[in-house]
Each structure stands twice: as structure tokens, then as C-alpha cells.
Design a protein around this ligand. Structure first.
Ligand SMILES: Nc1ncnc2c1ncn2[C@@H]1O[C@H](COP(=O)(O)OP(=O)(O)OP(=O)(O)O)[C@@H](O)[C@H]1O
Length: 235
């Protein structure tokens, strides 16, 4: 579904991605991990078109994404849940979710009510709190809201950046359970996560980055591959 080939990205003179090769197959949850500042978020932002690559290519369902604007990439079926969640102040939970239709209108307007009911089915807590201001939700609920807002756009591929960041372990577990459910629903996910042990339990495969390059990759279900990963990133 997604293929990054020899991807290089710079911020000015800083050469952040140095030839990254990553593939994500339909229905997989792929974990991208590594130490702070190695370029994980930059991979996600480059795929979503927020940052332009200097060279290399990105193919999504056979379409080359390089040079496309973020809204075009979104319409092709790639949804990004950013690290900072970006809940809009002054808007209720439901209004925040509805922004997902505007941000990425892949669904005909007639289907939006159904899409809303569908995400409320997946996130009953958001339904209960639909009239509450989005910014007054707890951290875990705000993460759910950020995911729900992208899901109403019916993405084929979900990019999720550090979903458990700043959450208590028990709340982080809820978020990982959501990732697991989305995977069971057939949604393809590329996830950046620092909580490697927990993230591996809901992933199919993993890649580890170091200084802008892939230094380890393997199957999340393989004990040998997991041990090699832990050695490579020393967690
Ligand atoms: N807009 C920017 N301008 C200049 N440098 C940047 C910019 N964004 C990120 N960087 C730098 O690029 C490098 C990679 O950053 P990136 O956010 O991709 O890393 P990361 O692996 O996601 O880190 P973390 O785990 O801390 O979120 C870092 O050295 C960072 O300081």
C-alpha cells in the first residue's frame, strides 16, 4: 500500500532523513520507533506532504506522492493524527469531529451522519461528551477525539504520531486497545511510538530509525526480531 524508497529530507542544511526505505502492506500495523530526534515525525510529515522530500520517492496505492499538497494526499486516503492532537479551542467534541469532513472530504455529504454514528459506535465516550468543549476532555479522550476526527474522512492509511504521549499507563493501554480494534476493522496504520514494548504487542511489523536511517526491522511477533530491536535501540 505504501512504499518509501531512498527517502531523503532536509530542514535547511540539516540532513534529517538519509535514505529511508519502508513499506506498509494493506491491513498491517507498522511501528516506527527509535530515540528522540532521529527523524520519526519527519517520516510521517514527509508522507503527509507537510514537509517536501529532497529526493527519493513515496508511492501510495501506486500513486507517487512526491510534490503533492497535503490536502491532495489526504483525499487520496491518508489521514494524519498529529503528535500535538490539535483539538480546536471553542468547539465542542462533535464540532471538532465534524471538522474532519471539511479537512478531508472523502465521503459524500449524504454519508456524513452515518460516519458520525460509526465513530460514536467506536468511541462511546465521545458520544456521551459530544456537547462538551473539546479542550476540556482528558488527555486520553483528546487522543480519541484526534483519531475520530481523522476516521470520519474514511482513510485507507492512518498515520499516528505518538498516540500514548503524556498519558498515564492505564489510559495509554486504552489507546493501544483502540489501535488493535482499528487493525481488526482492517485499517492500515503506520504508528510512531516511544512506548515500544506496548506498541509491539499491537503491531505486525516494526522499523527502527537511527540518525535518519533504518537500523533494524522485523516481525513484531518474532521473539528473535524483538530482541534484535531492543539491542539496536537499547531500551
Ligand atoms: N521544522 C524543523 N526545522 C528544523 N529542524 C527540525 C524541524 N523539525 C524537526 N527538526 C529536527 O530534525 C530532527 C528530527 O526530528 P523529528 O521530530 O523527526 O524526530 P523524532 O524522531 O520524531 O523525535 P521525537 O521522538 O523527539 O519526537 C531533530 O534533530 C529535530 O530537531
Amino acid at each position: 500500500m505504501l512504499e518509501l524508497k531512498q527517502l531523503h529530507t532536509h530542514y535547511g542544511l540539516s540532513h534529517v532523513l538519509q535514505g529511508v526505505n519502508i513499506t506498509v502492506g494493506a491491513g498491517e500495523v507498522v511501528l516506527l520507533c527509535g530515540r528522540n530526534g532521529v527523524g520519526k515525525t519527519t517520516v510521517i510529515k514527509t508522507i503527509a506532504g507537510w514537509v517536501a522530500p529532497t529526493s527519493g520517492s513515496i508511492y501510495f496505492d501506486g500513486v507517487e506522492l512526491n510534490g503533492l499538497a497535503p490536502d491532495r494526499i489526504c483525499r487520496l486516503g491518508i489521514g494524519l493524527v498529529p503528535e500535538d492532537r490539535r483539538i480546536f479551542p471553542g468547539l465542542t467534541v462533535e464540532e471538532n469531529i465534524r471538522l474532519g469532513f471539511l479537512q478531508c472530504p472523502r465521503r459524500p455529504a449524504a454519508q456524513s451522519r452515518r460516519a458520525l454514528e460509526q465513530v460514536y459506535g467506536q468511541f462511546p465516550r465521545l458520544k456521551e461528551r459530544r456537547k462538551q468543549m473539546g479542550t476540556t476532555l482528558s488527555g486520553g479522550e483528546q487522543q480519541m477525539l484526534a483519531i475520530a476526527r481523522v476516521l470520519v474522512g474514511a482513510p485507507k492509511l492512518l498515520l499516528v504520531d505518538e498516540p500514548s504521549e503524556g498519558l498515564a499507563p492505564i489510559i495509554a493501554d486504552e489507546i493501544f486497545a483502540i489501535i488493535e480494534r482499528l487493525r481488526a476493522d482492517g485499517i492500515t496504520i503506520l504508528m510512531v511510538e516511544q512506548n515500544v514494548h506496548r506498541a509491539l504487542d499491537v503491531s505486525s511489523r516494526f522499523y527502527a530509525l537511527e540518525r535518519g536511517q533504518v537500523i533494524a526491522q522485523g516481525n513484531a511477533g518474532s521473539r528473535v526480531d524483538r530482541d534484535a530491536l531492543m539491542k539496536a535501540i537499547a531500551v
